[in-house]
Design a protein around this ligand. Structure first.
Ligand code: RTP
Length: 151
C-alpha cells in the first residue's frame, strides 16, 4: 500500500445515463481520495474487448461489451491509500444483490449486467487499465494540501 496508489474507476453507461456521475465522484472525494484524471469517452468495441480480455471466454462477454458500448462512460483515476481495495469497497460487490447498502451498487443497482460502475481489482490491473484508458499527460500529479492529514 502506498499513499499515492492509483485505481481506475469508470461510471458505466447506465450510471452516466441515470445521472449518477456526481454522486460517485462525491463518494470518492468525501472518503479522502484525490482525482487524478477524468474524461467522458465512447470507446471502441476493440478497446472494450481489450479492457475485459480476461472475461473473453465467459458466456456474458458479448452482452457485457454491447452494454459498455451503449453510451458514454466516465473514466477516472483516483489516488490515495489503498485506492484499489477501498475503491472496490466503495463500489460494492459485482452482483448488486450481494452489495451492502451504503455502497454504490448496494444503493443503486439490482442487476449484475447493469451494475453502474467499474473499479480495478488490484494494483497491477489498475496500472494496465490506466495505461489503456488514459495517455500519460492526462493523469495529473498535484499536491492538494500542505497538511498531510487533509487528503
Ligand atoms: P468490473 O470489472 O466491471 O468492476 O466488475 P468486477 O470486477 O466486479 O466483476 P468481473 O467479474 O470482472 O465482471 C465484469 C463485469 O461483467 C458483468 N458481469 N455480468 N453473470 C453475469 O451476467 C455477469 N457477471 C459479470 C458485470 O457488469 C461486471 O461488472
Amino acid at each position: 500500500m502506498s499513499a499515492n496508489e492509483q485505481t481506475f474507476i469508470a461510471v458505466k453507461p447506465d450510471g452516466v445515463q441515470r445521472g449518477l456521475v456526481g454522486d460517485i465522484i462525491s463518494r470518492f472525494e468525501k472518503r479522502g481520495y484525490k482525482l487524478a484524471a477524468i474524461k467522458l469517452v465512447t470507446p471502441s468495441k476493440e478497446h472494450l474487448e481489450k479492457h475485459y480480455e480476461d472475461l473473453s471466454d465467459k458466456p456474458f462477454f458479448k452482452g457485457l461489451v454491447t452494454y459498455m458500448l451503449s453510451g458514454p462512460i466516465c473514466a477516472m483515476v483516483w489516488e490515495g491509500r489503498d485506492a484499489c481495495k477501498t475503491g472496490r469497497m466503495i463500489l460494492g460487490a459485482t452482483n448488486p444483490l450481494a452489495s451492502n447498502p451504503g455502497t454504490i451498487r448496494g444503493d443503486y443497482a439490482i442487476d449484475v449486467g447493469r451494475n453502474v460502475c467499474h473499479g480495478s481489482d488490484g494494483v497491477e490491473s489498475a496500472k494496465k487499465e490506466i495505461a489503456l484508458w488514459f495517455g500519460k499527460d492526462e493523469v495529473i500529479s498535484y499536491k492538494q494540501s500542505q497538511f498531510d492529514w487533509i487528503y
